[in-house]
Design a protein around this ligand. Structure first.
Ligand code: FAD
Length: 287
């Protein structure tokens, strides 16, 4: 019996082909009995509609528990509240409450919408006024890129917990020690909710480098070397990606971590392989 518990993150599909890829990934990962599956939230009406649809489809057509990501970007409090109310009425009980990235992308300055929620702590408090949602929030083992110092980050995380968050999911990282140091820092600051590591299996190293740079995640030198020369060799890249992710989760597990959140990028293969290496087996096979 595995002592591991996982959750999977998906993004809302933009086309029919991507829709098919998403539901294939959901079907493949569902037998691993994730605690929940979450669906990200972008900017712009049509993207948001796709999130709402995907969350409701998970709710109505699978046995999985959906968690809807919701942000403060480009919407008044009333608009955000109405999305949350709609989720509550539909039976969605878990929200990942986020400030959101600036509409211009990560690295741009965030400007709160006039009449909107200022940050994730305010959003979490707003959600609790609508219904007793389970609330997860984001956190940053290498500090949020906009943050001037650690204290601001930890204070913000504490404010999110005071507003009702009961789980923090980390930004992705590649050094186990980065995670353990952050958990220690959080504990020293009196933060005792679960801090679940967000695991990003590497699908495309070049785009990973871009995203990591923007969100302040350090990529180890050794990892650059492992992916070097594999741009046109998808088979080997996938094997290397599984090994790299497995080494990270095994180090975390050895350090006492039992809960993992996977950024699946709507692909099941790597996340499934890493879960298997951790000892997770599909429900039917385990029964
Ligand atoms: P907050 O916790 O509100 O703040 C983040 C940081 O901003 C703080 O640590 C602090 O440094 C600074 N800050 C905020 N408010 C103040 C203040 N009043 N004074 C001083 N400093 C302040 N983005 C999306 O758009 N859609 C998604 O679906 C999505 N999913 C995510 C899932 C996870 C697990 C994570 C970790 C991130 C996700 N993001 C998503 C990215 C996230 O929106 C960005 O990282 C964003 O920049 C910060 O969001 P937050 O909720 O952590 O913000």
């Amino acid at each position: 019996m595995s002592d591991i518990s996982v959750s999977f993150e998906f993004f809302p599909p933009k086309s029919e082909a991507m829709e098919e890829q998403l539901w294939h990934a959901v079907d493949r990962l569902a037998p691993l009995s994730p605690r929940f599956v979450s669906v990200t939230y972008g900017a712009g009406g049509s993207t948001r509609e796709r999130t709402h649809r995907t969350v409701k489809r998970v709710l109505h057509e699978t046995d999985l528990k959906p968690a809807a990501h919701l942000t403060c970007v480009d919407a008044t409090k009333e608009e955000v509240d109405s999305v949350a109310q709609d989720y509550w009425d539909a039976g969605v009980r878990h929200v990942v409450a986020l400030r959101g990235d600036p509409p211009g992308g990560m690295g741009e300055k965030f400007n709160a919408t006039s009449g909107g929620y200022l940050n994730a702590a305010e959003l979490a408090a707003g959600l609790k006024r609508i219904g007793n949602f389970e609330i997860s929030v984001g956190c940053y083992p290498e500090k949020h890129p906009e943050s001037t110092d650690w204290q601001v980050d930890l204070d913000l995380l504490k404010a999110k917990i005071d507003a009702g968050a009961t789980r923090a999911i980390t930004q992705f990282f590649f050094y186990p020690d980065v995670y353990f140091r952050f958990v220690d820092q959080a504990l020293d600051a009196g933060i005792t909710i679960p801090i679940v590591p967000g695991i990003m299996p590497v699908v495309n190293f070049k785009s990973l480098e871009r995203i990591a740079h923007a969100c302040g995640t350090t990529i180890p030198r050794a990892m650059h070397e492992k992916f070097e020369g594999l741009e046109g060799d998808e088979d080997t890249r996938r094997l290397v990606a599984a090994t790299v992710a497995a080494e990270l989760v095994e180090a975390l597990h050895a350090g006492g971590v039992h809960d993992f959140h996977f950024y699946t990028l709507n692909r099941a293969g790597l996340s499934y392989a890493v879960c298997h290496l951790l000892g997770l087996r599909p429900k039917a096979a385990a029964a």
